[in-house]
Design a protein around this ligand. Structure first.
Ligand SMILES: [Zn+2]
Length: 140
């Protein structure tokens, strides 16, 4: 599993884990996770060189902070993004609104354009209603 967390989020997790140490069975797991985070934060001086050596293009991208894992053979694995088209996974209908349940509104169940005005799992209409409910003073 990979999560892209910013420095503040990592600090919060480390603080929470350190605070939990001493509270029963979480002790060893918390310390192990903190050690794992710290090992990941220690940038190898060659990591940037490995990242820069990847020949990127429109379908193969590498983040500036991509994970670099030294291999047993001379070299390293670099965490990269590879573009996969719908066609490659057997979806020939190119309508983005048909890409599955992720694009069904969590409130009304209607499909909506994931690149449209929907928000937080809701279609534009439901998102507007939720916003008006949560912030009635701003919706007028
Ligand atoms: Zn809806």
């Amino acid at each position: 599993m990979w999560l892209n967390l910013d420095d503040k989020e990592i600090a919060i997790i480390k603080f929470a884990l350190a605070s939990a140490i001493g509270d029963g069975p979480a002790v060893d797991h918390g310390a192990a996770i903190i050690a794992k985070i710290q090992a990941n934060e220690a940038e190898n001086p060659l990591d940037a060189a490995y990242r820069n050596a990847v020949e990127t293009n429109d379908e193969l991208e590498v983040d500036d902070d991509a994970i670099v894992s030294l291999g047993a053979d001379p070299g390293a694995w670099v965490h990269a993004w590879v573009w996969v088209t719908n066609e490659q996974i057997g979806i020939t209908d190119i309508d983005d609104a048909d890409r599955g349940d992720a694009n069904n509104c969590r409130t009304c169940g209607e499909k909506y354009d994931p690149y449209g005005d929907g928000y937080d799992g809701e279609c534009p209409d439901c998102a507007d209603k939720t916003y008006a409910k949560e912030f009635p003073e701003e919706a007028e």
